[in-house]
Structures are given as C-alpha cells and as structure tokens.
Design a protein around this ligand. Structure first.
Ligand SMILES: C[S@@+](CC[C@H](N)C(=O)[O-])C[C@H]1O[C@@H](n2cnc3c(N)ncnc32)[C@H](O)[C@@H]1O
Length: 337
C-alpha cells in the first residue's frame, strides 16, 4: 500500500498527539500517524486496518464520548456526508480547538474555506501541496449535540418500500436505475437463504424478503453509514428474518446461501474499487450452496461474464434494459482434482 496524496500533505505538518481522525482512506497512514490518535472510519475495511495497528476507534454513529483539541477530517465528495462529519467534529472539539479538512484539489477542497465561513469564526486554507490542500477551521458558531438520527432522508422508490438513508449512502435519494432493472426481473424462484451483497440502504434485501418466500436474508456492506441505514430500514419496515452487518467483501461471511443477489460496487477508475468487484465475482461461488445461484445487475458495457465463466458453467443474461443487464449464474465449477 502507499500513501494517498492528502496523507502525504498531512504528514508534512506538525501533528498533534491528541487528535481525532475522521474518514481516512485505505492507505499506509496507520504506519506513520501518532498511535495516540483516535480514528472514526466510514469504511469497515479501513477501520480494521487502524484497529490492527493499535489505534483507538470512535463510532461516528454514536454521540462522541470524548473531546479533542484537534480533529482532522478527510474530505468527502458527498457534501452532506462532509456536513455530518463536521457536525460530529464540532460536538467533540475542545474550546480553542481546530478542525483541519484535508482533501485533493479535484475533490472540491479549494472552495471549502469560503463555504465554512458562516459556520466558523475562522476558516482558511492553511497549506497546499501534493495536489491537495488543508483547510483549518476554528470557533464553531452553532454547536449542537450530535445525533445520527437527524441525518436520515427518504429514498424515493416506486416499490412501496419506505426507505431512509444516511448521507452519501449509495443512491441515497432515489432508487438506482440498475437496481430497479434487477428487482423488476427478479426470478420468482429466489428463495431459501439469500445474501444481499453491497446492500446500501437495504433495498434489494428488503424487497426480496417482502416478495419472495425466503428463510433468511442477510445484508452486508463495507460502508458504516450504509449498514446503519439498512439496519434501521429492516427494523422500521419489520422485514422478517433479516440481518444487516458490516463486512469487507465476504470477510465476515461464514455461511453458504441459496442465492447471492447484488448490484455490485463498480470500477470508478480507482484500482482498489475494481479489486472489490473482481474479488466479489471470483469468490461468490465459495459462499453458495452447490445448487446456489448468483444474480447480479451490471452496466451493459461491463464484461463480467469472462470472470464469471471461470466459476460457473451457466452464465445467462436474463434481462437487458435501460443500459443494464441482469446476469444469472449457476452450476458451480469444481476445481480439477
Ligand atoms: C452499486 S451499490 C448498491 C447498493 C444497493 N444494493 C442498491 O442497490 O441500492 C454497491 C454497494 O457496495 C458497497 N461496497 C463497496 N465496497 C464494498 C466492500 N469491499 N464490501 C462490501 N460492500 C462494498 C458500497 O458501499 C455500496 O453500498
């Protein structure tokens, strides 16, 4: 692993021991940062990485139980997610404390100081370099106790499933077009034990539990705010026999399922994202019963079939609509003896 550009800029600064670090990326920073730092991650994989290096962790979904002289936030492209992190930081910031927001120039950090002016007594660009910048804010104007429940918003869908999602959760505001194609073409025979991989706010798992005869639906995601949203949705909608939990890929999965259903995370130009998808497609068969099936939706132009044919004898396109295709895979190939 290497250091993300904002991490490189961060490490050029004088770092304070008693710091809360929020939303760091998956990189080598845990090997360089002071071990006295507390870390609040939004990714389960990243959180695991810091925990392994002995850092104390804070839960971004619960009110802060400690104050800090210094908070460092990694910029998020999702504006509302940055707002949530800033509110959390404000609530645990000591008087005279400072918040640094660090991010890449292309991620919108350049205009942040101006945006924060109304919320803080002072907000200025502190330094720049490595195609990144750090904005320093102090003197928060409107401090309020942090409550995760105040950040949910309704997700629009035509499926009659009331769904709420926290900021930056995939497809937070309305049902994704690919997911809609998947659910519209969901085979009637989906039943038994089902895994919703990369569940986001939980629409696929919730829909399946309500429209098919299932024994159990498990929903997993690496995004902490996604799993929190999915847990709320399955509870509020009284979705029977379901559980949502954090997992980086199949890491926390021990069982084998009759069906794995997913709108998988897709390649966004960052190498690690592609690895997540590729690993998911390659490893799915190890988490299916022998007669189990994998059902995914993908952009029409993505050639997942090549990878899937390495694991399955039958890779069938069962629908093609609106630029998406639904692939059903069955007949797990056994390893040659
Ligand atoms: C295309 S979205 C689909 C979300 C939801 N199922 C829907 O249809 O609205 C893919 C999801 O995969 C999750 N994801 C990304 N990397 C992951 C990983 N390593 N392990 C598990 N889930 C991951 C993302 O957080 C995101 O919620």
């Amino acid at each position: 692993m290497s250091l993300a550009l904002p991490s490189q800029l961060l490490l050029q600064q004088d770092l304070i021991e008693q710091t809360l670090l929020i939303n760091p990326p998956q990189d080598d920073l845990p090997h360089h940062a002071p071990k006295t730092w507390t870390v609040a991650c939004l990714s389960f994989a990243v959180s695991h990485n810091y925990q392994q290096q002995g850092f104390a962790l804070a839960d971004i979904c619960s009110p802060p139980n400690k104050t800090f002289a210094h908070v460092i936030i990694y910029m998020s492209k999702a504006k509302a997610r940055l707002g949530l992190m800033l509110d959390y930081a404000r609530d645990c910031l000591q008087e005279d404390g400072e918040i640094w927001v660090v991010g890449e120039n292309k991620g919108g950090i350049k205009s942040l100081a101006k945006q924060l002016k109304g919320d803080f007594d002072k907000a200025d660009k502190m330094t720049s370099g490595k195609h990144s910048a750090i904005v320093c804010a102090s003197g928060p104007q409107d401090k309020k106790p942090f409550d995760i429940n105040s950040y949910y918003s309704d997700q629009q869908n035509e499926l009659d499933i009331p769904l709420q999602a926290l900021p930056g959760v995939f497809s937070q505001e309305k049902l994704d077009k690919g997911t809609a194609v998947l659910l519209k073409n969901l085979p009637r025979k989906v039943k038994g034990r089902v895994l919703d991989f990369g569940c986001g706010a939980g629409i696929i798992g919730s829909y399946i539990s309500q429209h098919r005869e299932v024994e159990e639906v498990e929903l997993i995601d690496d995004d902490i705010l996604a799993v929190k949203s999915a847990q709320k949705n399955i509870e509020d909608n009284k979705v029977a026999y379901s559980e949502a939990f954090l997992s980086n890929g199949f890491e926390k999965i021990e069982d084998r399922y009759h069906w794995i259903v997913s709108n998988p995370p897709f390649h966004q130009g960052v190498k690690t994202d592609y690895n997540v998808t590729e690993n998911f497609l390659k490893q799915a068969k190890e988490h299916l019963k022998l007669s189990g099936k994998l059902l995914i939706v993908a952009n029409e132009f993505l050639n997942y079939e090549v990878i899937l044919r390495e694991s399955f004898n039958g890779v069938k396109q069962i629908a093609k609509e609106n630029g998406f295709k639904v692939l059903q895979c069955e007949g797990i190939k056994r390893k040659p003896k």
